[in-house]
Design a protein around this ligand. Structure first.
Ligand code: GTQ
Length: 353
């Protein structure tokens, strides 16, 4: 390919005429917007250590009363993208949220989709559209777009969870906004993971003839997911990856429009090379310790740490224990990319997850 013309080659007066009319020549920056073969990625492979963040989050509990915060959150911001961009990857916002005993985070709804992944403590809950969803360690709670949600804490110690939202995406398209509401009236039944969707493969009979619902299941208890991974591992060959996707039980599709979720189990000492994918992703350690290599950057992780991987990244993850399995929770933007018709996987490794 011949080199494209530069801005500097153009007469100053011509450039000024363009600027005056809000015009730009494309060719000097064409390759920035359409690079060959692989996108330009500014997202840094980066790890946030829970042990670093926890004391600062607890300090926020002393410095800032919940009324002054609405959500008491420290954002996990990717330095490659600029901290002020408030994003872990181009599409994924991450925050660690602290709620103290007796506190409530008031009811609201917004256009971005959100999830909570419970990290520490017991007794907190989220209410989504009247459904009370307990948050025990490792539970995944969905807050789909535009649904009412509020948080509370009826236990004793501090409770901390990881928030993931598609906020960067929705904000960048100037579609992000929020509405406050009065506290919700609670349905007096356990959440639907305990009632209608107690077991995979079974649906309430009437659901067969009804329109499939977008968000029938809002809570995935970790005790069930962990058990499912252990059971699934027994049916996997010795080098087969042990990874389960969280899905909508009525449609079998991903549970939110833009973000996808999975749980990955690594056998003792196992190292997996993930398929290279066009989606960006974050990894949160539920149990265990080990290391990862993301596009050549070495990251050493332990329990409750979180790391980010850019789009198209080469990712290897290794369980550092020769005795115990390790468990990771992942969020990616593959659902959004699938909807846009641009999701890709590159089969660069035979055993890729
Ligand atoms: O808990 O509803 O981290 O609205 C950012 C925005 C959490 C929440 C965040 C939110 C929430």
């Amino acid at each position: 390919m011949s080199a494209l013309g530069t801005l500097e080659e153009l007469p100053l007066s011509y450039r000024q005429s363009l600027t005056d009319l809000n015009l730009l020549p494309l060719w000097p920056s064409l390759r920035n917007f359409l690079p060959y073969e692989k996108p330009i990625r500014e997202t840094a492979p980066v790890l946030w250590r829970y042990d670093d963040i926890r004391p600062l989050l607890l300090q926020a509990g002393e410095l800032t009363p919940i009324e002054k915060a609405e959500r008491r959150v420290l954002v996990l911001a990717n330095p490659g993208l600029g901290l002020e961009k408030v994003r872990a990857t181009p599409t994924i916002y991450l925050g660690l949220q602290l709620i103290l005993p007796g506190e409530t985070a008031p009811n609201h709804r917004h256009t971005p989709s959100a999830i909570r992944f419970a990290v520490e403590g017991a007794g907190a809950y989220t209410v989504v559209e009247g459904e009370k969803l307990p948050m025990e360690r490792g539970d995944l709670i969905l807050t789909p777009p535009k649904l009412w949600h509020e948080h509370g804490h009826e236990g004793t110690g501090p409770v901390i969870w990881l928030d993931a939202l598609d906020l960067p995406l929705i904000h960048d398209i100037e579609a992000s906004y929020c509405i406050d509401g009065a506290t919700q009236t609670l349905a007096n039944v356990p959440d639907s993971s305990q009632t209608s969707y107690r077991r995979a493969g079974l649906l309430p009979y009437a659901a067969l003839d009804q329109q499939k619902r977008d968000f029938p299941l809002l809570r995935f208890p970790w005790s069930d997911v962990r058990e499912a991974l252990m059971a699934y591992a027994q049916g996997c060959g010795p080098v087969e990856p042990i990874r389960l996707a969280y899905i909508n039980p009525e449609t079998g599709a991903e549970c939110l429009p833009t973000l996808g979720f999975s749980a990955l189990m690594l056998r003792p000492s196992e190292e997996v090379a993930l398929k290279r994918r066009s989606a960006s992703a974050i990894f949160h350690i539920i149990e265990g310790g080990g290391d990862a290599n993301v596009d050549g950057t070495e990251l050493t992780w332990s329990e409750a740490d979180t790391f980010a991987a850019p789009t198209h990244a080469d990712i290897r993850i290794r369980n550092g224990s020769s005795k115990e399995p390790a468990f990771l929770f992942t969020v990616d933007d593959a659902p959004m990319q699938r909807r846009l018709g641009i999701y890709e996987e590159f089969s660069n490794v035979p055993d890729g997850v």
